[in-house]
Design a protein around this ligand. Structure first.
Ligand code: GSH
Length: 202
């Protein structure tokens, strides 16, 4: 059976759980506690090259790190990753954009807010927001008049790009002005077998 190493509030791990659910793939879930230092343990570092979750362990024991690589691996051959080479490259461009321009700019202030550290880190938060807002603007512009990020259907580009963006308010972002993003997130959430970050959150 597949095995997923994750942590409870990790948005990158959440992307993988959404996809595993949508593909109907059974897996064993091993949830680490980052605050307790689980990701720095020697045994975990052996399977996680960068000492971070998510890590997917295949049935033969090999592992894949980086959420984008895991999504690409799992989605190949399914409707969630187009066969057409240009559309596939477009999916990858959203995976890379999310990692480069959105993920840290949202995840870091979010963690500080969740840990109650935000009031002492306002300057750093403003710097991260100054990176994140232009990326959110670009995403919102792209989504105006479109239903999905690539082509005419939901793909792993939507799964990957929407995860942290849907949590941006937890990182202090004002999402009111991004109406195209908000409507797109609702469409993503209503996809079959989509799962909450924390199952009992609603
Ligand atoms: N680019 C990586 C980022 C992974 C990442 O930042 N993981 C965080 C949780 S969301 C983590 O394991 N942090 C623990 C640490 O850095 O010690 C991915 O997309 O998988």
């Amino acid at each position: 059976m597949l095995r997923l190493y994750d942590s409870r509030l990790s948005g990158n791990s959440w992307k993988v759980r959404i996809l595993l659910s949508q593909l109907g793939l059974p897996y064993e879930r091993i949830t680490l506690d980052i605050a307790k230092g689980d990701t720095s343990q020697a045994a975990f570092r052996e399977i996680s090259r960068f000492a971070r979750v998510p890590v997917l362990q295949l049935e033969d024991g090999r592992t894949i790190v980086e959420s984008g690589a895991i999504l690409l691996h799992l989605a190949q051959g399914t409707p969630l990753l187009p066969d057409d080479p240009h559309e596939r490259a477009e999916v990858m461009s959203w995976l890379f954009f999310e990692q480069a321009d959105l993920q840290k700019a949202i995840a870091i202030p979010r963690v500080w807010h969740l840990q109650g550290l935000a009031s002492g880190r306002q300057q750093e938060i403003q710097r991260l927001h100054a990176e994140g807002y232009p990326a959110l603007d670009k995403l919102d512009q792209w989504l105006r008049g479109r239903t999905w990020l690539v082509g005419e259907r939901y793909t792993i580009a939507d799964t990957a790009a929407s995860a942290y963006v849907s949590l941006a308010a937890e990182g202090g972002y004002d999402m009111e002005r991004f109406s195209a993003i908000r409507e797109w997130i609702e469409r993503v959430k209503s996809q079959p077998a989509w799962v909450e970050l924390v199952p009992d959150a609603r």
